[in-house]
Design a binder for this molecule. Structure first.
Ligand code: ADP
Ligand code: MG
Ligand code: ZN
Length: 634
């Protein structure tokens, strides 16, 4: 209810601001003119007489009768007039004088009284009228935006009387979009999800076939997966494929927009769906309403009511008519179990991060809209982007196109896309960061340290690029490693190797400069996370074996784990993590010591060139050095 109050207050402020603006405009543009028109100065009768004598008078209004005389002077314009009272019995004399002065007499100068009256009428009632109209219009607009029985600002009758949140029923509702303009063709990869949804499409197209055989189709399907994998896109595509109306609402809208009326909104939504069936009802980010109801301290009546209504409606609707409720979330673990039971969202459609083939397909789909300069090798981009979501990939293509425009080219090249991969991973190049000479050296050794350790591992992804150009993300340089093929399993040895590679940067700094810098912070974070997972989740330690010591909190969002063990065990886990990292560090140091000569040579080379390719790196690394004794072959 607090939100309700907020919303209303915001609308009030908006209204007052608009009203004030309108008033100011009227006041500065319209009213002064009006007032001037009737600006009448009181003068004495003798002034009139002397004005007449001096032939200063241009026109006289004698129509008011009696003794009242209004007149204007020559050359003073229409907005100035004078008023005086003639002496009783002097009318004839005055008429003569006026004639003698050659002033016009058949004119009407708006009299004081009547002009004042119009003035007040306009300055007082016009604004009120305008504001009432404005209020009515705003009210209507808001109702439209917020659905019926909304907190209405009912200015039309009785001022602000409606502010208490009218509960009237009106026609404003969630509107179904008829043509979503998206079909399965617009979704690349995600073949399994599409396969599942094709059945839904078929059901929507001919519900009768399913009914005839007595099959009961799922009422609801829940699309689960990390952000940006195309869940919203898929739901739209289902509607587009089936050509049915698409009611779309996001869970947060229930919470935010329909405060206090979430339950009513749900009822209304399903009522409409019933009328429009066959159709799709899509609830995006359903976790906002569908969060597990628990006996915890933070109960949220509002949300619970909305959820309850949703549960009721999902049980109640007649799905022979062809209504399918789709919902999307990236936090399936937090959903109320009641939502997931059969008859509700019983079908769960995973929409995972795309694999290599999927990434390539998504890149191709989005690159279709971009003018490119061959040769373009999108599979190279796909290989360099493990873990990227569809949204990331579409962003990479777009960033590439933007880069081409920035450089004044009409076509995007492979270079553009490769650079934009780095932009998406590490941020834009930051030209403003000027490293000191020493810092540049440290970064060069650090990156080459990573690269040499990586190159000395039997397996593991080859180094593809090393750079010491600072990025907006704060990275002062980085070493890019790209797997040849997609990896689904990682062995313990590979994990250990990876840890050593993480340690390689710091190890090189220590070895060459005998000092530590803050540059390794990110490496340390990554290494610690990996080492901890090794022990708590992958069962790769002798001490704990296959015991799970932590659970993943949110599989699709952060992958963060929380420990589920006793405090004493947690301490031992920390010790084990430290041991693993220490060993990796030692190993990295050892490798670099053995390759110190190459470390110097390559770091100097990188320092000079700032960015080198993986090929350059490997050629230099493998080159026999004439000054060094040949390595004994093992
Ligand atoms: P989600 O709802 O899962 O967070 P969206 O459906 O909103 O993700 O996807 C965001 C954008 O990313 C889409 O509009 C689309 O441009 C792009 N995208 C994501 N996945 C795909 C895909 N599989 N194929 C094509 N484009 C995709
Ligand atoms: Mg979405
Ligand atoms: Zn590093």
């Amino acid at each position: 209810m607090e939100m309700d109050e907020h919303k209303r207050r915001r609308n009030m402020i908006l209204y007052v601001l608009i009203a004030l603006a309108v008033y100011l405009v009227l006041n500065t543009l319209l009213f002064p003119n009006m007032r001037q028109q009737s600006q009448i100065t009181e003068v004495s009768y003798s002034t009139l007489l002397s004005d007449l004598d001096d032939k200063k008078v241009s026109e006289v209004d004698y129509t008011t009768g009696g003794a009242d005389v209004l007149y204007r002077r020559k050359g003073e314009g229409d907005d100035v007039a004078y008023h005086t009272t003639a002496l009783p019995g002097s009318e004839d004399y005055l008429l003569e004088k006026i004639e003698a002065a050659g002033a016009e007499i058949d004119v009407t100068i708006p009299s004081n009284d009547s002009s004042l009256w119009t003035y007040y009428l306009l300055t007082l009632f016009l604004p009120i009228g305008v504001f009432l109209l404005l209020g009515w219009w705003l009210n209507r607009r808001m109702k439209k935006a917020m659905g019926d029985d909304g907190p209405s600002m009912n200015f039309g009758s009785g001022g602000f009387g409606g502010m208490g949140g009218g509960l009237g029923k009106s026609g404003a509702r969630i509107v179904a979009s008829k043509d979503v303009g998206v079909t399965f063709k617009d979704v690349a990869g995600q073949e399994e999800a599409k396969e599942s949804l094709k059945e839904v499409v078929d059901f929507l197209e001919n519900p009768k076939r399913y009914e005839d055989i007595g099959a009961r189709l799922p009422r609801g399907a829940l699309l689960v997966g990390p952000p940006g994998t195309g869940k919203t896109l898929l739901a739209k595509a289902v509607a587009g494929e089936a050509g049915v109306p698409f009611f779309s609402i996001s869970g947060s809208e229930f919470v935010e927009m329909f405060v206090g009326r979430g339950a009513a909104k749900v009822r209304d939504l399903f009522k409409q769906a019933n009328e429009k069936a066959p159709c799709i009802v899509f609830i995006d980010e359903i976790d906002a309403v569908g969060k597990r109801r628990d006996a915890g301290l933070s109960t949220n009546d509002e949300r619970e009511q909305t959820l309850n209504q949703l549960l009721t409606e999902m049980d109640g609707f007649d799905n022979h008519k062809g209504i399918v409720v789709l919902a999307a979330t990236n936090r399936p673990d937090s959903l109320d179990p009641a939502l997931l039971r059969p008859g509700r969202f019983d079908r769960r459609i995973p929409v995972e991060l795309p694999d290599l083939a999927g990434r390539k397909a998504i890149l191709e789909l989005h690159a279709k809209d971009v003018k490119t300069q061959p040769p373009i090798d999108l599979s190279a981009i796909a290989r360099a982007t493990p873990g990227a979501s569809g949204a990331d990939l579409s962003n990479i293509i777009n960033e590439g196109a933007l880069r081409a425009v920035r450089q004044g080219r009409s076509r995007a090249t492979q270079d553009d896309f490769e650079e934009s991969v780095e932009v998406v991973i590490a941020g834009q190049q930051r030209k403003s960061t000027v490293l000191s000479d020493h810092e540049k050296q440290v970064v060069s050794y650090h990156e080459i340290g990573h690269a040499i350790v990586a190159a000395n591992m039997k397996e593991g992804a080859p180094v593809t690029k090393i750079t010491i150009v600072p990025r907006t993300s704060g990275a002062l340089g980085y070493t890019m490693q790209v797997e040849e093929d997609e990896k689904f399993l990682t062995t313990k040895q590979e994990v250990l190797d990876k840890l050593a590679v993480y340690c390689g940067g710091r190890a090189a700094e220590e070895l060459i400069f005998g000092e530590m810098t803050t540059g390794a912070a990110n490496d340390i974070e990554q290494a610690t996370k990996l080492a901890r997972n090794m022990i708590t989740r992958f069962g790769m330690s002798e001490e704990f074996g296959m015991m799970a010591l932590g659970t993943v909190q949110n599989a699709y969002l952060s992958q963060d784990t929380s420990l589920t063990c006793a405090p004493g065990t947690a301490e031992r886990v920390d010790d084990a993590v430290k041991k693993v990292i220490d060993e990796a560090h030692k190993r990295a140091l050892q490798i670099l010591k053995e390759n110190k000569f190459k470390l110097h040579e390559l770091a100097r080379y990188l320092y000079k060139k700032e960015t080198i390719t993986g090929d350059e790196f490997m050629t230099l690394l493998k080159r026999e050095n004439p000054l060094m004794p040949p390595k004994p072959q093992a």
